[in-house]
Design a protein around this ligand. Structure first.
Ligand code: HEM
Length: 380
């Protein structure tokens, strides 16, 4: 079993989508590799929906026990079954729709304006470097209850945490750096709880180690995915002047632009699963121990489900997109992420009149996918 190594592949622009389309129309599952390991790509919408809910044969936990647990400690991402449900419920109430709406209005929108203030008078900017690489990092700190620090430092710590497999010592240092920020805030929250995730975790019956582990997890996964999705959103909208004009005139279309951007360029394009026993994925039976690559980006463009799937059409109202996953591990941060993306685009359109594209790079990456730059100008 050979096939392309996806770990470091850039596959810019249409290249990823052509590879996934070829896999989708080939019989069975297509070979690929991840971190040098042989794997099988799952690209059809129906197959993805069916196999990702099968927690007995394809549990989500084992991959994260390898990639996340050694640096974050035990958190619900590396658990399955009843334990996963119980700890996830304990950890995530602050991400339900009402607290998220309150957070967006009271904290995120002012933060978005503060970021835009830094360049609004200049008349030109790279929206990726100056907005999507900043706001989600500030936002996750604020949501957790941590001080909003330098975004460069936050990005470096997050990158190091997520690179645990390649650099375990660097990841441990990053985890220690987060704990050093969290511990004094925990002291304050113990005396005076606030409306933030840290206070909520501390009153949910977790011990100090569990709280630190969950803060590390949310700090690491909450900002990067949102930042990548925001870069893809800016590219998808700014390369289509008719959509910029439409959204500026009618902000009600913004949530549909967010959905269509997440469908066509999901920031988590492919995610791994391990088969724990012999089981079927679509019409293919795979042995226990098989590494599967769930190509969410492939399912999102399956012509069996989406009409003219490569077209960017915010007016489509078809199936649910797969970008936040499927089944028990469906992203608990989806609401915060979607609201944050919509708020960022709304603030940009509101604050930067006559906004137009100068130049945009193509989205790249076969596992995590982002747009490196979207340079724009506007009337000062
Ligand atoms: C556009 C932004 C985001 C995207 C595309 C995204 C995507 C995903 C996907 C595909 C999964 C499923 C993983 C799997 O099945 O193995 C997932 C899970 C998860 N996401 Fe997100 N995510 C985003 C933002 C966030 C945010 C803002 C947070 C938290 C603050 C978050 C926290 C998590 C956690 C903790 C899990 C694990 C869930 C579990 O084990 O039950 N994500 N996300």
């Amino acid at each position: 079993m050979t096939g392309p190594e996806l770990t470091t592949a850039l596959l810019p622009g249409q290249q990823l989508h052509e590879l996934l389309a070829a896999a989708r129309s080939a019989p069975g599952l297509t070979p690929a590799r991840l971190l040098g390991q042989p794997a099988l790509l799952v690209t059809r919408y129906a197959d993805l929906k069916a196999f990702m809910v099968d927690e007995t044969s394809f549990p989500g936990g084992p991959v994260y026990q390898f990639s996340v647990e050694p640096v974050c400690g035990p958190t619900f991402i590396s658990m399955d079954g009843e334990e996963h449900v119980a700890v996830r419920q304990q950890a995530m109430p602050a991400f339900r729709s009402r607290p998220v709406s309150r957070f967006i209005d009271d904290q995120l929108l002012p933060l978005a304006h503060e970021v835009v203030d830094r360049f609004a008078l200049r008349g030109e900017a790279d929206l990726v470097a100056e907005l999507s690489a900043v706001l989600p990092y500030w936002a996750i700190s604020r949501k957790l209850g941590l001080p909003v620090g330098s975004e460069e430092k936050q990005r470096a710590v997050t990158r190091a945490l997520l690179a645990h497999v390649a650099d375990p010592a660097g990841a441990q240092r990053a985890a220690g750096a987060i704990d050093d920020v969290v511990r004094p805030v925990m002291e304050q929250r113990r005396r005076e709880p606030q409306d933030d995730v840290l206070s909520q975790l501390m009153t949910a019956g977790m011990d100090e180690q569990q709280v630190l582990s969950h803060v590390r997890l949310l700090y690491a996964v909450g900002a990067t995915t949102t930042a990548d999705a925001m870069s893809n959103l800016f590219r998808n909208v700014l390369t289509r002047p008719e959509l910029v004009a439409r959204a500026a005139a009618d902000p009600a279309v913004v949530p549909s632009l967010v959905s269509e951007s997440l469908r066509t360029e999901p920031p988590v394009a492919v995610l791994p699963r391990l088969a724990t026993q012999e089981a079927a994925v679509g019409n293919t039976v795979v042995p226990g121990g098989t590494l599967l690559l769930a190509a969410l980006a492939g399912g999102n463009r399956d012509p069996e489900v989406f009409t003219d799937p490569d077209a960017f059409d915010p007016d489509r109202d078809e199936a649910e997109v797969l970008s936040f996953g499927v089944g028990p591990k469906f992203c608990p941060g989806w609401n915060l992420a979607r609201s944050q993306l919509a708020a960022a685009l709304t603030v940009v359109l509101d604050r930067l009149p006559g906004l137009e594209l100068v130049e945009a790079a193509e989205p790249q990456g076969a596992i995590l996918r982002a747009t490196p730059s979207v340079r724009v100008r506007w009337r000062r």
